[in-house]
Write a protein that binds this ligand. Structure first.
Ligand code: MFK
Length: 553
């Protein structure tokens, strides 16, 4: 009889995720946790069942752009995949954006919202991309306080009714750069009816959105980010026709292939300034901080999905006489990935906690400083971890991991976007330095990390405490010294930021591990802390710009 390998299967993604459940029990008040449990469990069921099966069936479908209709009219219609159509319904009904704005969970509303998304998004084919931008746009409109635009757009962006729910785009990147956004060439001109935009946007993700926030330079303004303004654009007019926007083509990307990312020409698109006619980059910053938090949590849920599949498969796949789950080398490999995931998860959700406290107005001064620094640290640290984990997950499946219709290669291709989208690792490292520039942020991180380490009572956590304290001490010493030389500080920025990010992850994990020991969750989180300790968190050693130049020039 021929052999056929059983594929990996997923159960309820809430019930099976001990880290998520223990974390939520630790950070949510008991009444709140109890009131949300059914919702979490339902999404966990949909994620491991209906939507995972749907995703596997739907793997070949991709968005299709139709630029012209049969009669020669420009229509620029994008047909999204069947799964994406259901994802849009689900998003509205489950409030995957709305929960953060309804504030029913108080300053835990972001933890609530991101837990919902963490559970369901791994099965929704990166539908999180438009949701991150929608959330970022809603937050930006609220924080910039443009009453008319808030009244017009916010009810749609936070709607629970699929018929009225809108998504938003974020039109920033141009051919001149996705990093140095101050080079933006799109021009805003005023006519008798208001403002119109002219230019080309090079990477506009989820171009099916009903609105976008876009950067453009009002005619006559100076160069750089200061001379840009932030504009609100609705993509179609009341007649359903495009608002002076042409979709030139969809991007042929490595991953995130379900996301209709497009190049656009703006040829007189009607637009409304959101907050004055300058300081577009500063005004866009709250959007970036929200989308970067999404990005960090997305890295966590992608690692979790890869590991859930790997762990299940290891029980089903027999090689050399035993299931992989009983092979010491395979177990050792997966354990290392689990440790990275544990640290990453806690850092991503720490960023979510801080965002929630800031928005609810309960954050202390120290937490506000921390939020500004932890956001880029979480985004950049998890971005690298998820690519590493996804690559190992693919390898752990052997040849099957390299075959598209298993769904496994997509994990790696999609993970790679997370270290690019919303700022690369290097750009985010520089942002972390910018966050520290006003003073107090590094101290806030240090104080918070040490507070968490102080929770550790079990001797098994002691090595982790020592490693974090050592790394934070070295990081502080390095930055004091490096600040004397701008080229040196730039060259070391990535190692510095990753050291801070990983050290903070380990501090959070040490605290969580002690809590798990004390609350009946057993030693699993401690094993993760001990393993992450052995992986090391300090990347500061060996920064020599002259040698680097020698290697590169
Ligand atoms: C999922 C599907 C994905 C599909 C594929 C997508 C592939 C990738 C497509 C892309 O290209 S994504 C594009 C990603 N690009 C970014 O996220 C932007 C990356 N670049 C940065 O973040 C730069 O740091 C930045 C553009 C912000 C630097 O520009 P500038 O002109 O040098 O800004 P500057 O002078 O540092 O900051 C201007 C103001 O904003 C300052 O405030 P003040 O005017 O009060 O001094 C900054 O403090 C403030 N600011 C900047 N970043 C901030 C911030 N404030 C708070 N938070 C931040 N993060």
């Amino acid at each position: 009889m021929s052999f056929f390998q059983e594929p990996p299967r997923l159960g309820n993604q809430y019930d099976e995720d001990v880290l998520l459940r223990s974390y939520l029990e630790r950070v949510l008040p008991p009444d709140l946790k109890a009131s949300l449990e059914d919702e979490f469990r339902e999404l966990g069921e949909l994620s491991g069942g209906y939507f995972y099966d749907f995703q596997l069936r739907d793997w070949q479908n991709e968005p299709v752009l139709t630029q012209w209709n049969a009669w020669g009219q420009r229509v620029d219609h994008i047909e999204v995949t069947p799964l994406w159509k259901e994802a849009q319904e689900l998003t509205a009904k489950r409030g995957l954006v709305a929960v953060a704005y309804e504030q029913k969970s108080g300053d835990r509303s972001r933890v609530h919202q991101f837990a919902l998304n963490y559970l369901i998004q791994p099965s929704l084919d990166i539908y999180s991309c438009p949701l991150a931008m929608t959330d970022g746009a809603a937050r930006t409109l609220v924080s910039l306080g443009n009453k008319d635009l808030v009244e017009r757009a916010l009810p749609h962006l936070t709607s629970r009714d699929p018929a009225t729910f809108w998504t938003s785009g974020q039109w920033m990147t141009e051919r001149t750069g996705g990093s140095d956004v101050g080079l933006t060439q799109t021009v805003a001109r005023r006519d008798a009816e208001g403002w119109r935009l002219y230019g080309t946007k090079w990477f506009t993700s989820a171009t099916t959105a009903q609105m976008a926030l876009a950067l453009a330079r009002p005619e006559g303004n100076g160069e750089g980010g200061k001379g840009l303004a932030l504009f609100y654009v609705e993509t179609r007019g009341a007649d359903g026709r495009m608002n002076g926007i042409q979709i030139n083509r969809l991007k042929d990307k490595l991953g995130t292939r379900k996301v209709p990312t497009a190049e656009l020409t703006l040829d007189g698109a009607r637009a409304v300034p959101v907050a004055g006619l300058t300081d577009g980059i500063r005004n866009m910053a709250s959007m970036l901080n929200v989308t970067r938090t999404w990005n960090a949590v997305a890295s966590a849920w992608m690692m979790r999905r890869g590991l859930a599949l790997s762990r299940d498969y290891a029980k089903r796949r027999v090689q050399f006489g035993a299931p992989l789950a009983q092979k010491p080398l395979h177990v050792d490999t997966l354990a290392g990935l689990e440790a990275e995931f544990h640290g990453g998860f806690l850092l991503a959700f720490r960023a979510a906690e801080l965002l929630g406290r800031m928005e609810a107005g309960t954050a202390t001064e120290e937490e506000l400083l921390l939020q500004r620094l932890v956001t880029p640290l979480a985004k950049l640290t998890l971005g690298r971890q998820t690519v590493h984990v996804a690559s190992e997950v693919v390898e752990g499946f052997g040849g099957a991991g390299y075959v598209e219709d298993t769904g496994v290669p997509r994990l790696l291709a999609d993970a790679q976007v997370l270290s690019i989208w919303e700022g690369t690792t290097n750009v985010l490292s520089l942002d972390a330095l910018r966050a520290m520039a006003r003073g107090g942020a590094l101290e806030a991180l240090d104080v918070d990390a040490r507070r968490r380490l102080a929770a550790a009572k079990d001797a098994g956590l002691r090595p982790g405490v020592v490693v974090v304290e050592d790394a934070l001490g070295k990081a502080r010493a390095w930055v004091m010294e490096a600040m004397k030389d701008p080229a040196g500080v730039e060259a070391g920025a990535r190692r510095f930021a990753l050291t801070l990010g990983r050290a903070y992850e380990l501090a959070l994990l040490v605290e969580h591990a002690q809590w798990c020991l004390d609350h009946g969750y057993g030693p699993r989180a401690m094993a993760a802390a001990r393993r992450l300790t052995r992986h090391g968190v300090d990347l500061l050693a060996d920064t020599n710009l002259e040698e680097s130049r020698l290697l590169v020039e």
